[in-house]
Write a protein that binds this ligand. Structure first.
Ligand code: GAP
Length: 463
C-alpha cells in the first residue's frame, strides 16, 4: 500500500509542466472533470467526469482492452461483482492487512499517513517530531446488506478488481479451456477509504482500475514479470506519453504489499515528483492458495503433459484509469506563443486519447453555410469522434479546440458552397490544406495515422 513519490532525479522532465491548479482549472473550464456535488459545496476527493472527460476515459479503457484482450489469444475478460462475499476479503488478506499507518500531528492535529511524512516534519504546520504513535487504519469501505444492520450484514466495496479474477479462476479455466500461460482481465470501479486524497484525481476514494492477472508456470514467472514490464511501458508509448517522463522502479522489501514477491512500478514525473502510475506485481501463488484454503475448493491447474496438478504463479499489471487521464493532461499541456505574438494553450494529445479527433467549424453561423457544414458533419461523424462548433469567432473556436486537444479542425467557408472543398487545420503545426469534401474522410484518416505516436517493438524497449 505504499506509493512512493520522490523528487530525487537529475534529469528533471517536469520542467515546463503545468502546475496542478492549471490542470484542475482547465479540466473544470472545458468539461473534463468537475468537483462532485459542487452545488452542495463539493465532497472531499470525489469528482464527476464531464462530456470531454468521459470521452477520454472511454478511449483509455478501449485502448487497454484492445491491447490486453482483443489483440491477444492468451487473455480473456470478465466483469465481477463490486460487492461480493466478505469471505473473499478475509482470504485475500485485505480484512487483516490492507491498512495504512495513520498518525496525527500533536501540534496542528492534522491526520496523515506515516509513510508520507518526510524528515519527521508535519507537512501542514512544519512541526518536527511531534506525532502520535502510528495506528493501522483499514482502507476497505464497508456497507450493510439487507434490512438488519449488524455485523452479520456487513459487506465491503472491493478495494481492487483483482480478487474477481482469482475467485473465477476455475470458472474461466474450465469454460475457455485455456492452457498456461493465460490471463484474465477486468476493468471496473474500486473503493478505498484513503486517508490522504491529494493531487486531484491522482488518489481518490472511488476510482476505476484496469487489472490483468497472468497465470503462468512458477519457473517462468520471473521471465513473464520482465515481459509485462516492457509490454506495459510500450502501451504508454502508444498513448503518446513522453518516454522521458516515464521510468520503472522496483519496490523495496518494505514497500511490498502483503501478497507480493516483487513489484515494479511504472512511474511518471509529475510536478510534485515521481509518482506511481501502474504497478506490475509478482503475486506468486499467494491468492490462489489463500482462496483454496479458505473456500475448501481446489484451485489448481491440471497439466496434461506433465500429468500433475500445480498452482500457477501470477503476474499482475494494475493501473487506474483516472490516474492515466491525469497523466495525459499533464503530459500534453503546453502554453505556446505564436508568430504573431498571440498565446495559445494546447493539449498535444495523441489522436487516440483526445476527446474528439475532428472538429467541424463553419466559418460563421450563417443560413447559407449551415446546411453545407451540417452535410460535412453528417459525413464525418460516423467515422471519427467529431465535434460541431459554430459559436463565436473562428479564431476563438480554433483556440478552444487546441485547448481540448482536437488534432484536426475542418473549416467550412463560403467558397465551399461553390467548390465543394474544405480546409483542414492541423492542431500542432497549424498548417492548413484545402481538400475536396469527397476526399475529406480519407485525408483525415491518413493525417490521424501520421499523428499516432511511434510504438517501438517489444524487444526495443529498455527497462
Ligand atoms: N491489485 C493490485 C492493486 O490494486 P495498487 O498499486 O494498490 O495495486 C493499482 O493499485 C493501481 O490502481 C495504481 O497503480 C493506481 O494507478 C490505481 N490506484 C490505486 N489506488 C488509487 C486511488 N486511491 N485513486 C486512484 N487510483 C488508484
Amino acid at each position: 500500500m505504499t506509493e512512493a513519490t520522490s523528487n530525487s532525479n537529475a534529469d528533471d522532465q517536469s520542467e515546463g509542466q503545468a502546475d496542478l491548479e492549471t490542470i484542475v482549472s482547465l479540466a473544470k473550464r472545458r468539461g473534463f472533470v468537475f468537483p462532485s456535488a459542487e452545488i452542495y459545496g463539493g465532497f472531499a476527493a470525489a469528482y464527476d467526469y464531464g462530456p470531454l472527460g468521459v470521452e477520454m476515459k472511454r478511449q483509455i479503457r478501449d485502448l487497454w482492452w484492445q491491447a490486453m484482450v482483443r489483440e491477444r489469444d492468451d487473455i480473456v475478460g470478465i466483469e465481477a461483482a463490486i460487492i461480493t462475499n466478505p469471505a473473499v476479503w478475509k482470504a485475500s488478506g485485505h480484512l487483516d492487512t490492507f491498512s495504512d499507518p495513520l498518525v496525527d500531528c500533536l501540534n496542528c492535529q492534522a491526520r496523515m499517513r506515516q509513510d508520507h511524512i518526510e524528515d519527521d516534519t508535519c507537512p501542514e504546520c512544519g512541526t518536527v517530531g511531534k506525532f502520535t504513535e502510528a495506528r493501522e487504519f483499514n482502507l476497505m469501505l464497508s456497507t450493510q446488506i439487507g434490512p438488519v444492520q449488524d455485523e452479520s450484514s456487513r459487506a465491503y466495496l472491493r478495494p481492487e478488481t483483482a480478487q474477481g479474477m482469482f475467485i473465477n479462476f476455475e470458472n474461466v479455466q474450465t469454460t475457455t479451456r485455456k492452457r498456461l500461460p493465460f490471463g484474465i482481465a477486468q476493468i471496473g470501479k474500486s473503493f478505498r477509504n484513503e486517508i490522504t486524497t491529494k493531487q486531484f484525481i491522482f488518489r481518490t476514494r472511488e476510482f476505476e482500475q484496469m487489472e490483468m492477472e497472468f497465470f503462468c508456470y512458477p519457473e517462468d514467472s520471473l521471465q513473464w514479470h520482465e515481459y509485462w514490464k516492457k509490454e506495459r511501458l510500450r502501451w504508454y508509448y502508444r498513448l503518446g506519453v513522453n518516454p522521458d517522463r516515464l521510468r520503472l522502479r522496483d519496490h523495496t522489501a518494505e514497500e511490498l504489499s502483503h501478497y507480493s514477491d516483487a513489484t515494479s512500478d511504472i512511474e511518471v514525473q509529475y510536478r510534485w515528483g515521481w509518482g506511481e502510475l501502474e504497478g506490475i506485481a509478482h503475486r506468486g501463488d499467494f491468492d490462489l492458495k489463500q482462496h483454496a484454503e479458505h473456500s475448501g475448493k481446489s484451485l489448481t491447474y491440471f497439466d496434461t503433459d506433465r500429468n500433475e496438478h500445480l498452482v500457477p504463479h501470477v503476474i499482475e499489471p494494475a493501473v487506474g484509469v483516472d490516474r492515466i487521464l491525469l497523466t495525459l493532461l499533464f503530459d500534453a499541456y503546453a502554453e505556446e506563443e505564436l508568430e504573431n505574438g498571440e498565446k495559445r494553450t494546447v493539449l498535444h494529445l495523441a489522436p487516440d486519447v483526445a476527446p474528439a479527433e475532428v472538429a467541424i467549424l463553419p466559418l460563421s453561423r450563417n443560413e447559407r453555410l449551415g446546411p453545407t457544414a451540417k452535410r460535412v458533419y453528417d459525413l464525418i461523424r460516423p467515422q471519427f469522434r467529431t465535434q460541431y462548433d459554430d459559436a463565436q469567432s473562428i479564431g476563438r473556436r480554433y483556440r478552444r479546440q487546441d485547448e481540448i486537444g482536437t488534432p484536426l479542425a475542418v473549416t467550412v467557408d463560403f467558397d465551399t458552397i461553390d467548390d465543394d472543398a474544405v480546409t483542414i487545420r492541423d492542431r500542432d503545426t497549424m498548417e492548413q490544406i484545402r481538400v475536396p469534401i469527397a476526399e475529406l474522410a480519407n485525408k483525415l484518416r491518413t493525417r490521424l495515422e501520421e499523428l499516432r505516436p511511434h510504438v517501438p517493438e517489444h524487444d526495443e524497449i529498455n527497462v
